[in-house]
Design a protein around this ligand. Structure first.
Ligand code: AHM
Ligand code: MG
Length: 334
């Protein structure tokens, strides 16, 4: 049986579905190529001298891991000269990175979290790369792109995806026509489609949350989790399972494949205080989850309807199973 590679899939989307401009196709291929390089660096581990932390902190005040910085550089290097982008933004950079004048410029904006789940790198658990693609506003033609040009709601995304560096290296992608999974065939060096038009199973009893933050949850989130922990004897009338990888990519991938709900809610002591970032974590994951038939809210309304006010803005995240997300979101309003 002929294998569908990422290139073939993208060309088909461009030709037949007529949904994918050529420039966007090439941009996605470039991101996928960079993820291949990152995957190689991740798998080398201590042998490649890529483990451990640096003395530096990123704009969020988090200690940077060596791989955070290496992967960030790999994505910048790969995408700078392709001619498809106007600028890039990343979790690891305080402000935007404009395409240098020596290179051709394009009409897209790329945002990424180069290594998501960094705390897992040194202990050999799954990490990933998350990315989101926006179109540069028409208004910025003929002038330099600014940070404000990036502040578009998640609904404006034209593509989003993640690579996961786990037992297998996968690329999960949506260009707005469903969600597709590709596995890296290392010997051949190509991404091969291994799941098409993914739909997340509904009605599965599994939740993902960092339970150590319980004292900081809102009453609504506490009620939702307590009811599930009560299992068959509680108001849900059934037992729930729990998983927490501390790597959003891995947790979201599990939910896409086998259902359930993922939550990193706001901290009620400081309204609006949250951990995950809207522009390059929550929005792209919400795009994928909605495309796969799930739902994603910030605990109040759809994440992709949030109007961004800052590149590194944080947001509460509740995503996955439609009914479960609806329940938490309703409890949040009580
Ligand atoms: P990172 O991008 O700096 O790695 O942080 C994001 C990660 C998510 O992948 C994960 O869901 C969360 O942080 C885990 O946080 P915690 O360690 O508080 O459980
Ligand atoms: Mg992250």
């Amino acid at each position: 049986m002929a294998r569908t590679t990422l290139t073939r899939f993208l060309i088909e989307q461009q030709r037949h579905a007529n949904v994918l401009p050529g420039e966007l196709r090439l941009l996605i291929e470039t991101v996928a190529r960079a993820c291949k390089t990152i995957s190689h660096a991740v798998s080398k581990g201590a042998l490649g001298e890529v483990l451990g932390s640096l003395d530096s902190e990123n704009v969020q005040g988090e200690v940077q891991k060596k791989l955070d910085v290496i992967a960030n550089e790999m994505l910048l290097d790969a995408n700078e000269w392709g001619g498809h982008l106007a600028a890039m933004a990343s979790e690891e950079m305080e402000t935007i990175h404009r395409i240098p004048n020596r290179y051709p410029k394009g009409e897209y904006l790329l945002l990424f979290d180069p290594i998501d789940g960094s705390s897992n790198i040194d202990v050999d658990l799954s990490v990933g790369t998350i990315f989101s693609v926006l179109r540069a506003p028409e208004a910025c033609a003929g002038r330099e792109v600014t940070e404000d040009d990036f502040l578009q709601s998640g609904r404006a995304q034209v593509a989003a995806g993640y690579a996961i560096y786990g037992p297998q290296t996968l690329l999960v992608l949506s260009v707005g026509t469903g969600v597709f999974e590709f596995t890296l065939d290392r010997e051949v060096g190509s991404w091969v489609m291994t799941d098409a038009d993914m739909k997340m199973p509904q009605g599965k009893c599994e939740f993902a949350i960092n339970m150590s933050n319980r004292r900081q949850w809102s009453p609504g989130v506490t009620r939702y989790i307590d009811e599930r922990v009560a299992g068959g004897a509680g108001p849900c009338g059934q037992d729930y399972n729990m998983r927490w990888t501390a790597s959003m990519v891995a947790d979201v991938h599990r939910i896409l494949k086998r259902g359930g709900i993922f939550m990193y809610p706001c901290d009620h002591r400081t309204p609006g205080k949250a951990k995950l970032r809207l522009m390059y974590e929550a929005n792209p994951m919400s795009f994928l989850i909605e495309q796969a038939g799930g739902a994603a809210t910030d605990g109040f309304g759809a994440i992709m309807d949030v109007t961004p006010t800052g590149l590194h803005q944080r947001v509460g995240v509740v995503l996955g199973d439609r009914a479960e997300v609806e329940t938490v979101t309703a409890y949040g309003q009580e």
